[in-house]
Design a protein around this ligand. Sequence first.
Ligand SMILES: Cc1cc2nc3c(=O)[nH]c(=O)nc-3n(C[C@H](O)[C@H](O)[C@H](O)COP(=O)(O)OP(=O)(O)OC[C@H]3O[C@@H](n4cnc5c(N)ncnc54)[C@H](O)[C@@H]3O)c2cc1C
Length: 613
Amino acid sequence: MRPGAPPFRCAVMSHVMPTYKAPVDEVMFLLTDVFHVERYNNLPGFAEATPDLMQAVLAEAGKFCEDVLTPLNRVGDKEGCRRHADGSVTTPSGFKDAYKKFVVGGWIGASAPIEFGGQGLPTVLTQAVREFLCSSNMAFSMYPGLALGAIATIFAHGSAEQKALYLPKLTAGQWSGTMNLTEPQCGTDLGLLRTRAVPQPDGSYKITGTKIFISAGEHDLAENIVHLVLARIDGAPQGTKGISLFIVPKFLPAANGALGARNAVSCGSIEEKMGIHGNATCVMNYDGASGWLMGEQNRGLQAMFTMMNEARLGVGVQGLALSEVAYQNAAAYAKERFAGRALGGAKFPDKPADPIIVHPDVRRMLMTIRAFNEAARALVLWTALKGDVARRSGDARERQAADDHMGLMTPVIKGVLTDQGFANTVLAQQVFGGHGYIAEPGMEQFVRDARIAMIYEGTNGIQALDLVGRKLSKDGGRALRAFFAEASGYIKEHEADAAMAPFVRPLGQAVAELEQATMWFTQHALGNPDNAGSGAADYMHLFGLVALGYMWCLIVDAAKAKAAAGNDATERMTAKLATARFFMERVLPASTTHLARIKAGAASTMELPAEAF
Ligand SMILES: Cc1cc2nc3c(=O)[nH]c(=O)nc-3n(C[C@H](O)[C@H](O)[C@H](O)COP(=O)(O)OP(=O)(O)OC[C@H]3O[C@@H](n4cnc5c(N)ncnc54)[C@H](O)[C@@H]3O)c2cc1C
């Protein structure tokens, strides 16, 4: 607390409803000062996205999220979605109107290709907007979020006719999208899926089966819903090698997009669940519904990975987003709530007590969240930039390197940002004491909403296995080598700089630990795969710490330069240096524990027979 700072508002709790302020300046700092987005001006869409335009887009999106979506977050939680006897579903009050405004604003197609009605803006910009949307209203954000996944998948795998028919409607928000993988008997192991596809003489298929837990499966926001469905064509091999991907629209469209008859797909029920009540989680019944194959027969899972990877990054952003909004509210509360005295003596002797922000333990919680949020946002934007390079660069080598990065980072971002994002919502709830457990201040909703992000789009255990079992060795370890080369190159370049030592040295140690962990797997997991399985979650978190530590070093570099320039950002930049030191001293050392657990191997984890549980 600065001497002479204005007195805090009131000892009585004024913080009864959660609030949200979109971190526009933070995003702009990362884009312009840390990642020098102007260096990407050779990519289509980037030169047009000048800093002024980006600032304006972010400010506009932020305002929409603050003014329209934030007030609806609690409404959605309390009302939930309602299914009617005819299978239709009504979203919570206000969602329809907000969706209309969102569509009119052109937000869904902001980064979609111009040829299909999008605006072609850099994805890095819309990824930042995605954070704002999730922070203000995660349940709402999932409706357009799933449309984005469908757009990416149809763009990558659809035929020319499918693209022409579906993409303009999806980018305009007139139609929305879903992904239908999960069935009652299988979620993780899609090789077990039973939904059938029977070929028809006209080239279409009849789809029959039951999908469960389908987000946004039925609702009243868009005029049509485009379901992307995994099914097995009659006679196809069992297991994952016999799965194909189909487009199954709710209303059958004519070639010009005019809506036709209702397809034989319906919502059988909606789930009662822990959080995200404003998003309809549906059981979807396919009763001989007409569907069209997308991509090659039996290669559906590979095609669906486009949607899953898109969605996994989006889910990682959900973890960050809820951590951010929870932090903002906890920080405000810590300055308003008075309890006890500062350990070193009263800071507000004229008041009956000091605000709880004076207490080191409350600071510990706030700093832990803050140190995560700033670096996690950098990691998301860095990776989104790579996504833009992977999709837009004219240079094949650049595209490949960026694609490698995306593949490696996707499970890390999904797993680490949602595990830690959830943990952070609990920390922020703790700052509120008993009031955190009460519905009114909204903290318990953040905890409930954040929890699902660790589960769907592949549980975090599966993300860790994907990282260790697939991504490390993919293409002879090319992506991993590139990551190590970049981090080590940075450390070498800065190790002689005394001012950077408090940041670069701990990062160097964590990188060395990650290298040791990788080596340990190479030596001990081939002979005993359980050694990889039991260490995978720790490896993913160790990787995440290194990636976040590297982000902090880049942020510190940029913040020092900006602080030295002596403008009105100096105070904000100086705060970044303190937050970076906290990360290096109090968060990053967990890397040593992760390494120790990995090296312990699987023996004690696997020793007990199943009957002993
Ligand atoms: C609110 C909500 C929304 C959802 N939205 C969608 C959606 O839009 N579309 C869709 O298709 N699905 C959706 N899902 C489903 C979700 O993706 C699955 O629930 C998830 O993938 C896990 O599958 P499962 O529930 O069958 O768990 P299981 O596969 O039964 O897994 C149970 C546990 O075992 C672990 N496990 C399983 N296999 C392995 C293994 N080989 N190695 C190590 N551990 C393993 C898992 O990590 C998990 O902890 C949603 C679910 C919910 C709750």
